[in-house]
Design a protein around this ligand. Structure first.
Ligand code: NAD
Length: 349
């Protein structure tokens, strides 16, 4: 079963890491190293069983290959999962031992943060391997990825607005923003400065108060956001917010936002296309954080915000190219985005 899966989806290598002395059980998956080192964070999670952990690491590492490729990075895709409870202080030696496993790849796998792993945890990993990026607060760190992600989403929204409404500006464009967390907070600065008409929601009242106080945006409830007539619906909370039920309620021309895994299934992607709506594929429009961290790689000569943000602004062209090809080839945008990512990899082989 496992060989069938890794052959079909082209995985290069999967290793199981085990050290009973420190209680380490981890899986590292390298999906592709064609464009460069397989890069992707380490997630720690209380998986129900090993099969679930394997499924997660395979899915996530493959996603990293596509994301890096489409963002024009010389990176491949990889990911690691540590099986266990991420809450509280992790067992002595656990993360250090994980670092030793990462080090065995000699830089072919680069790790970073993901769910359940914090900056302090990564510092422990780094005591055993230099192949760790994205430790917030450290020297040469690219810091919080949210501002870069927001900068990329802003450029993606501009491309969508130009394509859908033939306008070079977001002025007067009505945007329904689902989720007012870190990325949205930075994004709002660009949207409001450009004169967009934003209505937002969040299930956390502190986030709502913060956005209203600073930007004076209109607010609706988390339930009613789907019914708001708007030009752009922007998912910026959790995944799967575009599902059969929400899609039937949306009154928008464009769906474009920061959230990961926005489409509950591929079916929604096809339906969006058939209804003549525009969807900016999530992993293309939200790649700003990954691009930012890419410039932290010593292979790029050290992090500078200017270079990173210049690269992030290319997301505008990436989204534009996807939308154009979708129109010409009469295929949904998520299909086109995958195709473009695969083509770059094929050309590099
Ligand atoms: P965040 O946790 O800071 O913000 C998410 C917000 O959504 C929270 O304030 C939460 O209360 C709210 N929320 C949750 N469920 C909701 C619902 N049903 N309705 C309305 N609001 C709801 O996260 P973030 O860093 O701003 O990221 C937002 C999304 O973008 C996530 O899907 C994340 O995976 C994705 N993303 C983030 C980055 C980044 O750099 N932070 C990069 C790529 C992708």
């Amino acid at each position: 079963m496992v060989f069938e899966k890794i052959q079909n989806d082209g995985f290069e290598q999967i290793i199981y890491c085990n050290d009973s002395k420190v209680g380490l059980k981890a899986i590292i998956a390298l999906h592709s190293t064609v464009l460069g080192p397989a890069t992707g964070g380490c997630r720690m999670w209380n998986y129900a069983n090993e099969g679930e952990a394997l499924f997660d690491v395979l899915r996530l590492s493959q996603g990293m290959t596509y994301k890096a490729s489409l963002a024009g990075l010389d990176w491949g895709g990889g990911k690691a999962v540590i099986l266990g409870d991420p809450r509280g202080i992790k067992a002595p030696g656990l993360l250090e031992r994980f670092g030793e496993y990462v080090d065995r790849f000699g830089g072919v796998y680069i790790t970073a943060k993901d769910v359940g792993i914090g900056a302090e945890d990564l510092r422990r990993v780094k005591t055993k391997t230099p192949h760790v990026l994205g430790i917030e607060g450290d020297q040469n760190s690219s810091g919080d990825p949210s501002p870069a992600t927001a900068w990329g989403v802003y450029h993606g929204l501009q491309a969508c607005a130009k394509f859908a409404f033939q306008t070079d500006s977001l002025k007067g464009i009505k945007i329904a923003l689902q989720g007012l967390g870190s990325v949205s907070y930075y994004l709002l600065e660009y949207l409001i400065a450009e004169g967009a008409d934003v209505i937002g929601c969040d299930i956390n009242s502190e986030m709502v108060d913060r956005a209203v106080k600073k930007y004076g945006i209109q607010i609706t409830s988390a339930e009613e956001i789907y019914d708001v007539p708007c030009d752009i619906f922007s998912p910026s909370a959790l995944g799967s917010s575009i599902n059969a039920s929400s899609l039937s309620r949306l009154k928008t021309k464009v769906i474009a936002g920061a959230a990961n895994n926005q489409l509950a299934t591929e079916k929604e992607g096809r339906e969006i296309f058939e209804r003549g709506m525009i969807y900016a594929p999530d992993y293309a429009i939200n790649a700003g954080g990954l691009i930012n961290i890419y410039y932290e790689d010593p292979a790029r000569g050290g992090y500078t915000r200017q270079r990173a943000f210049d690269h992030v602004s290319h997301i505008r062209k990436t989204i534009w190219d996807i939308l154009e090809r979708s129109k010409v080839e009469k295929q949904p945008t998520h299909v086109i985005a995958n195709r473009m990512a695969e083509e770059r990899i094929r050309m590099a082989v």
